[in-house]
Design a protein around this ligand. Sequence first.
Ligand SMILES: [Zn+2]
Length: 429
Amino acid sequence: MNPSAHPLPLLTLLESQERSDPVWIQVGTLLDGESTPRHHVHLVYDSETIRYVGALPPPADQVRPGQSAPDSILDDYTAMPGLIDGHTHAFLEGAELDFETRKAYQSQSADALLKAAESRCRKLIRHGIIAMRDGGDKDGVGLALSACKGSNDAADVFSPGPGINRIKRYGRFFCEPYETFASAEEVIEDRIARGADHIKVVPTGIINFAKAAVVAKPQYTVEELQGLTTAAHERGKQVMAHASGDIGIEVAIEGGVDTVEHGFFVRDDQLQRMADRSIIWVPTFAPVQEQVDHADAMGWSELERDNLKRILDRHAASIQTAQKLGVRILVGSDAGSCGVAHANGLLYELELLEQAGMPTLDVLNSATAGNARHLLNDVRYGRISEGYQPRILLTDSDPCHSVTALQEKRITVFDGHVFFSEDTNLSGF
Ligand SMILES: [Zn+2]
């Protein structure tokens, strides 16, 4: 069956007509988000729940009265959980490269930024991105979107509110400084009172591409960072840390953060300690790779281009070391940052992780059940399993062969509704 030639019949077959009206399909391959692929699997869902997953046909009480065969047999299709982006900036449009245009976009009113982000989150589900963990903004966009989680027509956003940087240091466009309050406890209490799902800290600056290093000294001492992570953990919140450069990564690890974001220039002994302490790594290849892809537009010289490539090669080598050591690697694109579009940026990040040597199945499982379980507090999606929400990607390309299959047209079942990726363009992402 070719869905682009016959979208309407497939849509009526896959869409749950009433809230509790079950749909029964059989797919050629099923990836549940956690285990290895299974073949010729029956799948029954309604608009709220996955009712049945199994090799045998479903029991009669899980399908419509008298139904004895699937609504649709999709032998050429793989079903997998919808994707979750583990690191985004929901308030930013990522695809734009021009510095002045980006600045103008960011200087819009908080209300205008929120409206654009809301529309983006509604479109994201049409491309199979069902949720995101935000990395912070200071305009209240992430927190407003977070308050609408579970709306059934948009990707869920988990937000830290403003990140926590040091006054006059890197991060002013998405942070409020630590110095606003007198103590670490008060800073954390403030974010939680505003509705933060997790805490974002900024222990380091960013990479200087001409020097191929993070040159600014870390923003926090280990003790200062421990004050923040202890206060967050005592209140049940995970701490995500923007950290690149081995000196700053050292502060993040010893400061007790839960996830190291970016982690460029991480040392092998640091990866070992991350494995030992169950600190997660979200490597975000995409924002640096985009600088290489658009080196002309960004105005990078030969020196900077060479450095960028060396930084990415080293990052790829660290992925392989991290895998050997047992570091949990999860998937975030940094969508919203320069050149990294929402949706396509995540698909690119999957591809870059695969190219770096992470096995295809690990990449897919990390971007679905891995992200859901470890970054979103074990929400009821990210897996295709009985009792989970029906947020399912269907593709007739083969993602088990390569994650690039997900860049082809795909169908998303989202809480009973069905969307075709080719029907929604990605402008304004
Ligand atoms: Zn970020």
